[in-house]
Design a protein around this ligand. Structure first.
Ligand code: FAD
Length: 243
């Protein structure tokens, strides 16, 4: 079973249309309590930490490094591009050539791309975080003096329809794929483990895994990406700023 994101440039052998975006997050210094709940609204998303600070990020705003796969899967990702217009910053540079140079096949005893890059640790987007901090300060009086204490970034694997692949692969007996959680891998991980174990040991899982089948990318299924919307009218989009 292969799980987790695949290094850029290695997905073609399976025809897996997976791309990656880079998201940046900050931890703030302690600040007055606004709420203990996790909040995703307006321009920012935040959650109170045990140290009295907040983990805070822009609600929308990631960076996408253009790679050869993006050209190959251009049309599959078209609906997702339209839906997230203006929320993803495109960058063309070294990542494209690194992906181009990534070996697609290797001998059994060769060092694989997976071993060459064990951990992805991208640099945080300072400009995006500065904007998120400004937006947070304007959003709530408790955040007026908010200060960033630390920052980090991570790669998020994304699929054209925002759904993961939890599936066997036709023609590759005994090969299973669990990937493409599109930013929700932590929440879906435990259930996916259970379903995957059932799929592998019993041939079927307790729930219908058809929506997550790998073959949807090959059989002409329309890609309809899902996007969460705020349940509180008027709180999605730009933050409501007080005069
Ligand atoms: C910015 C961002 C926001 C996210 N938000 C959400 C969210 O709101 N909800 C959600 O459900 N999911 C979210 N996710 C996804 C979630 O973080 C991942 O799906 C989850 O962390 C994956 O867990 P994991 O244990 O499989 O891998 P990881 O959390 O990546 O852990 C792997 C660990 O193994 C270590 N490691 C790697 N190689 C070696 C080695 N050779 N030796 C020793 N250690 C090694 C790494 O350093 C790392 O600590 C987000 C991801 C990002 C980047």
């Amino acid at each position: 079973m292969v799980r987790g994101g695949l290094p850029e440039g290695t997905s073609q052998p399976f025809g897996l249309p997976q791309l990656r975006v880079c998201s940046s997050v900050m931890g703030t210094r302690p600040a007055p309590l606004a709420t203990d709940s996790a909040v995703w609204c307006g321009d920012v998303a935040f959650r109170r930490r045990h140290d009295g600070g907040y983990t805070l990020a822009a609600s929308a705003g990631s960076r996408f490094d253009i790679v050869p796969d993006a050209l190959q899967y251009f049309s599959l990702f078209a609906p997702a591009r339209r839906l997230n217009r203006g929320e993803v910053r495109l960058r063309f540079g070294a990542a494209f050539f690194r992906a181009l140079a990534t070996p697609k096949r290797w001998k059994p005893d060769a060092v694989t791309p997976f071993e060459r890059t064990r951990v992805l640790d991208p640099a945080p987007d300072r400009a995006l975080l500065a904007r998120a901090l400004r937006d947070a300060r304007a959003l709530l009086p408790q955040f007026a003096q908010l200060e960033m204490a630390e920052s980090w970034a991570g790669m998020i694997d994304v699929m054209p329809d925002s759904l993961p692949v939890v599936s066997a692969i036709d023609g590759l007996d005994g090969f299973y794929l669990a990937t493409g959680f599109s930013g929700h891998g932590f929440g879906m991980g435990p259930a996916t483990g259970l379903l995957m174990a059932e799929l592998i040991t019993k041939g079927a899982a307790r729930v219908d895994l058809a929506p997550f089948r790998f073959s949807r990318f090959l059989d002409g299924t329309p890609m309809e990406p899902f996007k969460p919307r705020s349940v509180i009218p008027g709180t999605w989009g730009r933050a409501h700023r007080t005069a």
